[in-house]
Ligand binder design. Structure first.
Ligand SMILES: [Zn+2]
Length: 133
């Protein structure tokens, strides 16, 4: 088995969310690294995205290139095709986060997606900007 950075480093960051308990007081950092990675690889890309957003430590971990295989496994398990020009986290965000990408809009029900441009827009902006046709 390959050697990985110890998961316990999450705790050294001072990031309280890395100590989040999962029932019965079991903490994320209590999982052996290989088990944690196996679990993460079997989650949906949306779950990986939410986990990555749960703490600074997990964000740093999941946004690193060494975690790319977790995103790819999660995506492929759902039958979602490759999209080479976007990063895996960006692709997952585009697919699962329904918030409009226009700064200061924040419409939570943006339905127009351009995979070519890597953006999601609400109806207000798709009517103003003819980017998606
Ligand atoms: Zn918008």
């Amino acid at each position: 088995m390959r050697s990985h950075p110890p998961l316990v480093e999450f705790g050294k960051s001072g990031d309280p969310a890395a100590f989040a308990t999962i029932g019965n007081g079991f903490r994320i950092i209590d999982f052996p690294f290989e088990i944690f990675m196996e679990i993460a690889s079997r989650m949906s890309p949306n779950d990986v995205l939410n986990l990555a957003r749960s703490s600074k430590t997990l964000r740093k971990f999941f946004m690193s290139k060494s975690s790319k295989h977790v995103w790819v496994s999660a995506r492929k398990a759902m039958g979602i095709p490759d999209l080479d020009h976007l990063s895996e986290p960006h692709y997952a965000d585009l697919l699962f986060n329904k918030r409009c990408h226009i700064e200061n809009c924040g419409d939570p029900n943006a339905v127009e997606v351009s995979f070519a441009l890597g953006i999601r827009l609400c109806r207000n902006y798709t009517q103003k900007v003819d980017l998606l046709s």
